[in-house]
Design a protein around this ligand. Structure first.
Ligand code: SAM
Length: 320
């Protein structure tokens, strides 16, 4: 065994032990198998510039074979050997389509943004979900997008421009400050929080699994606490906040939402209808702590060949 394989095996032993506290043993094993599986590539047709029919016609001329996604008319997958042709197609470079994971596409659908609202994406770069929000708003209304890292903010701005989004205002700032600056402002808020990134783990990419550590989970969960408080504060009464991460760790997911529910009496959870089977409800117990029972309404997406690891909570700010 070469050294990177044996390093991976020893990293995996502690990762697996922890994962088995979150999901049952068989599910933990299938999650770990997904780290080595070849993934399909998915994309979303950008309704601001195209239609599913026009995009599919152009792709079929370029001999790219697409498969529909049953729960989203704008989403499609291609087999791994076609990823290259898809990402180099003029449709991608001209912003008619956006290559995006299915879990990520689903998270934005859960938010249900509507035209003519004033919405916020609080951790927005590189802009996959922000551009999807704008698309669902028919590019009408207002969309504020926040990103604190300058280089990533430029990439976000480029992507939104390429995709034809015109309703955005971009802010280079720490999302933890937004709630204090603009309380009770937005109809829909998306917080796709920076996280320890279980979804990035690939067995053959040492950087991806070396990035994940219990220390990283702790570090990110401290930041997420400030971000979720700020996101909720900036949501208007009657509005919706979707909190999501691509982490499987309860500290970054259920514990964040539990903290919010305990401290904000006007916070409540809405159910999420999930049109696929690889998911589990949120945990209501973690280690020795009993958590809020409403957390069962959260969704932990389990990774497989098509989906990445994800956690989604749909939070309502009551206006009564
Ligand atoms: N929503 C994006 C998309 O779909 O393309 C992906 C967002 S990524 C998971 C998290 C983003 O949060 C990163 O771009 C990161 O730079 C940003 N971030 C990190 N710290 C932040 C903070 N304090 N406030 C706001 N955003 C932050």
């Amino acid at each position: 065994m070469d050294s990177s394989k044996s390093d991976y095996q020893s990293w995996l032993a502690s990762y697996r032990a922890r994962l088995k506290k979150i999901v049952d043993a068989a599910t933990a094993d299938s999650i770990i198998e997904s780290f080595a599986a070849t993934k399909t590539t998915s994309f979303r047709v950008n309704g601001i510039k195209s239609t599913p029919q026009a995009a599919l016609d152009a792709l079929s001329q370029a001999e790219v074979q697409t498969n529909p996604v049953a729960w989203c008319d704008e989403a499609f997958t291609v087999s791994p050997d076609q990823r290259e042709s898809l990402s180099h197609s003029s449709l991608a470079s001209e912003g008619h389509i956006y290559i995006q994971g299915l879990s990520s596409i689903f998270a934005t659908l859960v938010l249900e943004p509507q035209p003519d609202q004033w919405n916020l994406d609080l951790a927005a770069a590189p802009g996959g979900k922000a551009s999807h929000i704008a698309d669902l708003m028919n590019n009408q209304g207002k969309l504020s997008v926040v990103e604190p890292i300058r280089k990533r903010m430029y990439r976000l701005a480029d992507n939104l421009n390429r995709l034809g989004v015109t309703i955005q205002k971009t802010y280079l700032m720490d999302g933890r400050k937004a709630g204090g600056k603009v309380p009770d402002r937005f109809d829909c808020v998306l917080l796709d929080a920076p996280c320890s990134g279980d979804s990035r783990i690939r067995a053959d990419k040492p950087d991806s699994w070396k990035f994940w550590s219990p220390r990283k989970v702790k570090e990110q969960s401290r930041k997420q606490k400030g971000l979720i408080e700020s996101a909720f504060q900036s949501t208007k009464p009657g509005g919706t906040l979707v909190y999501c991460t691509c982490s499987l760790s309860p500290e970054e997911n259920e514990l964040q939402v539990d903290h919010l529910l305990r401290n904000q009496t006007d916070a409540d959870l809405s159910p999420i209808e999930v049109p696929f089977s690889n998911w589990q409800p949120g945990l209501t117990r973690w280690e020795d702590a009993q958590l809020d029972k409403r957390l069962m309404q959260c969704v932990r997406i389990l990774p497989n060949q098509e989906f990445d690891s994800f956690f989604i909570a749909k939070i309502r700010k009551r206006d009564d």
